[in-house]
Design a protein around this ligand. Structure first.
Ligand code: CP
Length: 313
């Protein structure tokens, strides 16, 4: 299939064939990352602006590396050191960057919907790098890629998404992506962190961790978003760990060839015990490596893939 989109805003709007196209393309770029010279040229001549209005380690560096590996020119903008601090609006900021002839915008923002807002006036391709509590599509794709690489399939696997479903954009992207590719998805967390209508997204919903983990292949543990918690949603962090923390004992309920995932950053000792994060079944750092390949695939496809026209053509 030909990938025809100009923007990547959510996994809700992608169909299964589009997601598989991204995963298949990621496989090619994943091989590039293992070469002595980890650089190819398909984005030569393009300029990508990374706009981060919220803190990030993995996503920001991963996008920057993906762009450099594809030979794009890149600039990274963090709100804390910009004229946003002097009161400049988001729209003016982006229009000024576009006036400097950029081609693609990667944006992370604390407000849901900001990437959509940008598409109303931007002529660049817009990539959502995490918007508020809405979606984090490239994280969802890299999680799916990591599962696909290990099991050689996604359809039929039982995946449990643990934790803060109310605030987690990663969880929402995982739900849209995994259900469309045929996984059986369960979401588990305290009832105060389970948003209304979750069942309508095609997932099983649990407040009992032991029942949720029974017979699961993959557990993807969401971070408790301490910065987004409102008073009263969690009685105490100690109680959360005791009722929902991933421990060795609880892992006995999983299928034999199980996998532990976490999008990072981890609150060690809160959502999972320290030894779980670093155990043999943990693919947390593999997720990070795969993230660069997946973001290379997204940038490449949005730029037109093999059909991209350059001045040299
Ligand atoms: N997984 C993730 O989005 O991590 P960062 O916040 O460090 O980018």
């Amino acid at each position: 299939m030909t990938f025809k989109r100009r923007h990547l805003l959510s996994l809700e709007e992608l169909d299964a064939a589009e997601m598989m196209k991204i995963l298949e393309t990621s496989k090619v770029f994943r091989e590039v990352l293992d070469r002595p010279i980890k650089k190819v040229a398909p984005l030569r001549g393009l300029t990508v602006a990374n706009l981060f209005f919220e803190p990030s380690t993995r996503t920001r560096v991963s996008f920057e590396l993906a762009e450099k590996r594809l030979s794009a020119d890149t600039v990274t903008f963090t709100a804390a050191t910009s004229s946003v601090k002097k009161g400049e609006t988001l729209k003016d900021t982006v229009r000024n960057l576009e006036a400097m002839k950029i081609d693609m915008v990667v944006i992370r923002h604390s407000s849901s919907g900001v990437p959509y807002f940008l598409t109303r006036f931007c002529s660049s391709s817009v990539i959502n790098a995490g918007d508020g509590q809405h979606e984090h599509p490239t994280q969802g794709l890299l999680d799916m890629y990591t599962i696909w690489m290990k099991y050689k399939k996604i359809k039929g696997l039982r995946v449990v998404l643990m934790g803060d479903a109310k605030h987690s954009r990663v969880l929402r992207s995982n739900v849209w992506g995994l259900t469309k590719l045929g996984a059986s998805v369960a979401v588990c967390g305290p009832s105060t962190l389970l948003p209304v209508g979750l069942e309508n997204m095609g997932v099983e919903v649990y407040t009992d961790i032991d029942k949720a983990l029974d017979g699961a292949d993959v557990v993807n543990v969401m971070r408790i978003q301490l910065e987004r918690q409102q008073a009263g949603l969690l009685p105490s962090l100690r109680e959360y760990t005791s009722l929902f923390g991933i421990t060795k004992d609880r892992l006995k309920r999983l299928n034999k060839n199980y996998t532990i995932m976490h999008p990072g950053p981890i609150n060690r000792g809160l959502e999972m015990a320290d030894d779980i994060a670093d155990c043999d079944q943990s693919v947390i750092l593999e997720q990070v490596t795969n993230g660069v390949a997946v973001r290379m695939a997204v940038l490449y496809l949005l730029a037109g893939g093999e059909g991209r026209k350059t001045d040299e053509d």
